[in-house]
Write a protein that binds this ligand. Structure first.
Ligand code: PAF
Length: 295
């Protein structure tokens, strides 16, 4: 039987729960989430547990600062009881459940984290201000939890790259770990937003991962061939309106024109199925060298 995690809704309660670990010099492993927890989040908690002997802390906070006007802040799922069961099942030690006033006392913060140019492309172009909101809350949560490691999902790949960049540029003392995307048996990347899809949309949405897999299979012939293969596959299904489909280097920068064999890259896709926006990505390896990684 697993013990229930300790709950904290205030900074003081969180600090109190973390006190013993801090006194013993144990590194805290942290998984920030917005709740609506699924097996992808469970995997993040497992990675946190595998990587640390100290306590695992999960935060559940739907961060208003990262939602734009007209986005799904109000209807974002908040199934707290189920979420707590997931945390208990995964042996999480502390769940931090702050309210908006606890994270942003005095309203919107005056000082925020500016993501720079990488925050204005891809997701940032479609969702202006989104990454300022993400990095600001992640920086605040890092300040409150003071983790030794923090685990983020690779599904939100641009977020992962930007968090790593923030940690590097602001000299934050935390190791950022990217955990592999978890998928349904038909390939659809697990996401809290999948719950918005009806049965037909759910079927249509699988084209996103099929497009990425087609790209991965074609990557041996170079980035253009990979992109073309994904485009062709995505063109086979109606009902998905693409926001972007790009091939980049692993840091989301431009690839050299003719990348040598073995060069690593990434393919990223975003699209709307009905009113639901979904994103996905995969690592690629170019050239006639080794085929793409299998995760
Ligand atoms: O990936 C998420 O769920 C959120 O963007 C995060 C990192 C918890 C910040 O609110």
């Amino acid at each position: 039987m697993t013990a229930s995690p300790l709950l904290a809704t205030t900074r003081e309660e969180l600090a109190g729960h973390l006190d013993p670990a801090r006194r013993d010099g144990e590194a805290v492993a942290f998984v920030p989430t917005m709740g609506a927890l699924h097996d992808g989040h469970a995997r993040l908690m497992q990675v946190a547990r595998e990587r640390s002997t100290g306590p695992v802390v999960v935060s559940i906070f739907v961060n208003p600062l990262q939602f734009g006007v007209g986005e799904d802040l109000d209807r974002y799922p908040r199934p707290l009881e189920e979420d707590l069961k997931v945390c208990e099942r995964e042996g999480v030690d502390i769940v931090f459940l702050p309210g908006v006033d606890e994270v942003y006392p005095g309203g919107d913060p005056q000082v925020t984290v500016e993501p720079g140019p990488l925050g204005t492309v891809l997701e940032g172009a479609v969702r202006p201000g989104h990454f300022r909101g993400v990095l600001t809350v992640v920086a605040k949560l890092f300040g409150l939890v003071r983790p030794g490691i923090a685990v983020f999902g690779q599904k939100d790949y641009q977020q992962l790259v930007l968090v790593r960049r923030m940690v590097r540029d602001l000299c934050l003392d935390v190791e950022v770990v990217g955990a592999e995307t978890q998928r349904e048996p038909d390939g659809l990347a697990l996401s809290s937003r999948n719950s918005y899809l009806d049965a037909a949309q759910r079927r249509q949405a699988t084209v996103l991962s099929r497009g990425l897999l087609a790209a991965r299979d074609a990557a041996g012939r170079g980035p253009e061939a990979a992109l073309e293969a994904a485009r062709t596959e995505l063109g086979r299904t109606s009902g998905v309106e693409l926001d972007y489909l790009v091939v980049t280097d692993p840091e989301l920068g431009e690839l050299p024109p003719d990348p040598p064999a073995g060069t690593a890259g990434r393919i990223l896709v975003a699209g709307r199925v009905g009113s639901t926006r979904l994103i996905d990505n995969l690592p690629l390896t170019f050239g006639p060298g080794p085929l793409a990684e299998s995760h």
